[in-house]
Design a protein around this ligand. Sequence first.
Ligand SMILES: Nc1ncnc2c1ncn2[C@@H]1O[C@H](COP(=O)(O)OP(=O)(O)OP(=O)(O)O)[C@@H](O)[C@H]1O
Ligand SMILES: [Mg+2]
Length: 206
Amino acid sequence: MEENPFVFGKAVEGSYFTNRTKDAEHQEANLTHGINTILNSPRRWGKTSLVKKVMANVIRPDIKIIYIDVFSCKSEYDFYKVFASTIIQQTSSKIEEWMATAKEFLSRVITKVAFSPDSIQEYSLSFEFPAKDDAEDILQLPERIAQKKGIHIVLCLDEFQQIAEFQDSMTFQKKLRSVWQHQQNVSYCLFGSKRHLMTKKNIPNI
Ligand SMILES: Nc1ncnc2c1ncn2[C@@H]1O[C@H](COP(=O)(O)OP(=O)(O)OP(=O)(O)O)[C@@H](O)[C@H]1O
Ligand SMILES: [Mg+2]
């Protein structure tokens, strides 16, 4: 049987990604020039595929693009855990450095850091936080790592509309805004499929 040239049901990568050359160029220019971006469309229009395509194209020592899917986050607390662990893992290739980074920048908020599972290839990092009021350290983590490493970080947050489901979401969104708007070394690409959340009044500098 011949191989099906199309992929359905998940984001496409590599040679399965077709056309959209202009979109990809435009998106790449935004991400590599530190421009905050919002990608909003109905479901299945190709947002995730487009961002992953751009990520694969941008291989530069001075820019680190980090992809975080917030779909599974049910609360602000979940968001912080995914946010912190992904950023630490993606900005360092050495596992020993993960612990050092967590200690250096998050010692005020984190009570426990754990590695799992045991397989070396699939190490992942998990955290426990006592109080979410101290979350500013977590939101500042990408800025601090970017400063220390002398790089620019681009954070791509997929399924961003999910944060509207969090308890007291407006307060959380304001917190994001107040921290993000002062960051110099991090830019944000928010994408998802609900327009109301992703408008100018909620997101800084866009
Ligand atoms: N550039 C492309 N070339 C070929 N197929 C594509 C392309 N972009 C998207 N597709 C097709 O569309 C489907 C949906 O793409 P994708 O998951 O990237 O969309 P999405 O907007 O992120 O969807 P959702 O809102 O559900 O997350 C893919 O499974 C694939 O079949
Ligand atoms: Mg998607």
